[in-house]
Design a protein around this ligand. Structure first.
Ligand SMILES: NC(=O)c1ccc[n+]([C@@H]2O[C@H](COP(=O)([O-])OP(=O)(O)OC[C@H]3O[C@@H](n4cnc5c(N)ncnc54)[C@H](O)[C@@H]3O)[C@@H](O)[C@H]2O)c1
Length: 250
């Protein structure tokens, strides 16, 4: 039980990588808050998992674009569970559009969720964790935080920002007992990829030397490591979990 007694918040925890991370933390003994949009799958997923794990899974509605909702998520979690020991700052959306056709509204939406949302959640987490003198924040970045890709100007800008913000937060937080890291997934088989057609998917698979897309559980395992005390000397890292995508071309 690598997370026994720990309280964990996973934003975007209702689906894909977030949901797999919720399940993995529950298996390892943590109490977990699924923080996701009102009206999505979060409530039902939490009810399903809560039955299996003796009441250790909760749902709290939270839109990461709303500072008041993010701050309330942390205040309510501390009031109910007593602490926040680890956070997976994972909520995010995709966005594919030629840059010359990308309107302000869509650009700003991707930035507001994928970059500003990570900031809002990290800030709220730091305030709680500084009081505790301990904690681990894991931000979900991407291979597209270190590589460019055609038609993803907003997404790559956001993920690049997440990678470097992680380093700054890690430096600030280290003296206060808080670690901050990022994970850089390759392409992972989740609903986020539903917008891609078969040819695009086959092309993406070919970019991973391992020869397949990643599985959500493979990112959840990386989160578990960074969230747990096993990573006690790891901070400021961007852990690439990408089937060799960033290693280079064959
Ligand atoms: N799937 C991939 O190939 C891939 C690759 C690299 C990085 N990522 C990153 O992984 C993270 C999770 O993506 P996924 O693939 O599991 O996608 P997903 O669509 O399965 O899950 C994303 C979750 O985020 C939630 N969400 C969206 N907007 C939100 C908001 N404003 N507030 C709160 N929650 C919100 C959604 O409701 C959903 O439950 C994202 O940050 C994504 O950018 C995914």
């Amino acid at each position: 039980m690598r997370m026994k007694g720990k309280n964990v918040i996973v934003t975007g925890g209702a689906s894909g990588i977030g949901l797999a991370s919720v399940e993995r933390c529950l298996e390892e003994g943590a109490s977990v808050v699924i923080a996701d949009l009102e009206g999505g799958d979060g409530q039902a997923q939490a009810a399903r998992l809560d039955d299996r794990c003796d009441g250790r899974c909760l749902f709290k509605a939270c839109d990461v674009t709303d500072t008041a909702q993010v701050d309330r998520l942390f205040a309510d979690t501390v009031a109910e569970l007593g602490s926040v020991d680890a956070v997976f700052n994972n909520a995010g959306i995709g966005g594919i559009c030629p840059t010359d056709e990308l309107e302000d509204e869509e650009y700003l939406k991707v930035i507001d969720i994928n970059l500003n949302g990570v900031f809002r959640v990290a800030r709220a987490a730091l305030r709680v964790m500084y009081r505790q003198g301990s904690g681990s924040i894991v931000n979900c970045a991407s291979i597209l935080g270190v590589f460019g890709q055609s038609q993803t100007a907003a997404y790559t800008a956001a993920k690049g920002g997440v990678v470097n913000m992680t380093r700054t937060l890690a430096i600030e937080a280290a003296p206060k007992g808080v670690r901050v890291n990022a994970i850089g997934p390759g392409y992972i088989d989740t609903p986020l990829l539903e917008a891609l057609d078969d040819d695009m998917l086959q092309g993406l698979i070919g970019l991973h030397p391992i020869g397949r897309l990643g599985r959500p559980a493979e990112i959840a395992n990386a989160f578990l490591f960074l969230a747990s005390d096993e990573a006690s000397f790891v901070t400021g890292a961007h852990l690439l979990v990408d089937g060799g995508f960033t290693a280079g071309k064959s």
